[in-house]
Ligand binder design. Structure first.
Ligand code: HEM
Length: 429
């Protein structure tokens, strides 16, 4: 009997043009980044990247990149091996930040994650989402009315960021007078996530993101206290109420859940909506197909937008127990990054992966994660929002189009668009 070869624990070196740990890599043109990922997918085992070389006081820091669809799915569904604690972001949240603001559920493992997820899932039941649909359509109508009244400008500011922000604030029951401040704070908290900043910018504005986060937590704590005293029908009331198991969210958990929703729910959807306008402008045949029978093609179009643009590029995991995956033997303590953006272009799963095809079927993209306990809690809500907005945009007698390319932030974490100009073509006679 042949004994299968043991995978090596040896590190595979990445091609020089594909240094994912170099912040400058993320500022390269999109084509160059896609080519680099295609080269990484051809390697026999996951490549290793050095983030910080060893010093006398500190060991080297680095990570392995999972870039193939099958590997990302496998790691996502094995939380006992590929753990989310102490953090899935790069860099991991500092200990004092976690202490001050509470743990975010993305950074937790069972059993705490399971308990918290059970509580916050109250916010996303099919019944609540069906009830929210009417509100989502109303918000979409209002946002598009305002966009037309304001005339061409920046699609991100006028449309893409307003839609998910208003929907989540309505769902949560955030009073109007808090909203402008929260919107500004979210922007500060997330504008530089995963983006290389010069020392000048960091010194000019030290801790702006953290101050924004702290202020948001204080607001949520105040709202939580208010709803505990006087519950209304909104989600904050549902989340702070102790249910049959006696579990409700305390002030810190409510604050960190709200901050997570603002980034995970608003920023992602805003970026997906913005990329959708670019993709539909660049692919007039796909746009015409979608407009020809919206109800038939909309679900496929939204999935294809999420696959093609992959709003969240990556999340990381920490290896808990020795495990062989993708031809490599991982050891406890190894850091592994799951590149959804690469898995979504894996030519072994998607034919012609760079093409934007709203009829792609099946479309097993990993834009909302690779399955497992952390799979995106808001994927249905995101679909509802994107569909409602494009139903309005394509249903009006105006030929909206993106002008030029999106201004990308160059983040290694999310496919964030800072701005995208838009214009209307003369309407068809
Ligand atoms: C196009 C829009 C969206 C994309 C691309 C997206 C993507 C993702 C991804 C990749 C994850 C991590 C999955 C994993 O680790 O396995 C995630 C988690 C999460 N998402 Fe989304 N998301 C979107 C919209 C939303 C919305 C609208 C909400 C809520 C309002 C939301 C709430 C969450 C939450 C709470 C988590 C953490 C779940 C957990 O740790 O258990 N997301 N999302």
């Amino acid at each position: 009997m042949r004994v299968p070869a043991q995978p090596a624990a040896r590190r595979t070196v990445h091609p020089p043009e594909a240094d994912l740990a170099d912040p400058l890599f993320w500022q390269l043109p999109r084509g160059a980044r896609l080519d680099a990922f295609a080269a990484l997918r051809k390697l026999e085992s996951p490549a290793y990247f050095t983030e910080r070389p060893a010093t006398r006081r500190r060991p080297e820091q680095g990570f392995y990149a999972l870039v193939g669809h099958a590997d990302v799915v496998r790691a996502s569904r094995l939380p006992q091996v590929f753990a989310s604690a102490p953090g899935v972001t790069t860099p991991e949240p500092a200990r004092w930040v976690r202490f001050l603001f509470g743990e975010s559920m993305v950074n937790m493992d069972a059993p705490h994650h399971t308990q918290l997820r059970r509580v916050v899932s109250r916010a996303f039941t099919p019944r609540l989402l069906a009830e929210a649909d009417e509100d989502i359509r109303r918000v979409a109508g209002r946002v598009v009315d305002d966009m037309i009244a304001q005339r061409p400008g920046d699609f991100v500011a006028s449309v893409a960021s307003r839609m998910p922000f208003e929907v989540i604030c309505n769902l949560m029951g955030i009073p109007e007078h808090y909203r402008a401040e929260i919107a500004g704070r979210v922007d500060h908290a997330s504008e530089n996530a995963g983006v290389k900043r010069g020392i000048g910018a960091r010194l000019r504005d030290p801790g702006r993101g953290l101050r924004a986060l702290a202020r948001m937590h204080l607001m949520m704590a105040a709202l939580g206290r208010e709803r505990r005293r006087r519950p209304t029908g909104d989600l904050i009331s549902a989340l702070v109420r102790a249910d049959v198991d006696g579990q409700g969210l305390g002030a810190r958990s409510l604050g960190s859940f709200f901050s997570l929703l603002m980034v995970a729910g608003v920023e992602t959807t805003r970026n997906a909506i913005t990329h959708a306008l670019t993709l539909l402008t660049e692919n007039p045949d796909q746009r015409a197909l979608l407009a020809s029978d919206f109800d038939r093609y909309a679900d496929g179009a939204v999935d294809e937008v999420v696959r093609h643009s992959t709003p969240i590029i990556q999340f990381r995991r920490t290896v808990r127990t020795e495990y062989a995956l993708g031809g490599h033997l991982f050891r406890p303590g190894d850091k592994v990054v799951l590149y959804y953006a690469s898995a979504n272009r894996d030519e072994r799963v998607f034919s012609d992966p760079d093409a934007f095809d709203i009829t792609r079927s099946p479309n097993p993209h990993l834009g909302y994660g690779g399955g497992g306990p952390h799979f995106c809690l808001g994927s249905h809500l995101a679909r509802q929002e994107i569909k409602a907005l494009f139903r309005e945009l394509l249903g009006r007698p105006l030929a909206l189009r993106a002008v030029g390319l999106p201004d990308l932030a160059g983040s290694n974490f999310d496919n964030r668009v800072r701005a995208l100009r838009f214009a209307f073509d003369p309407p068809a006679p």
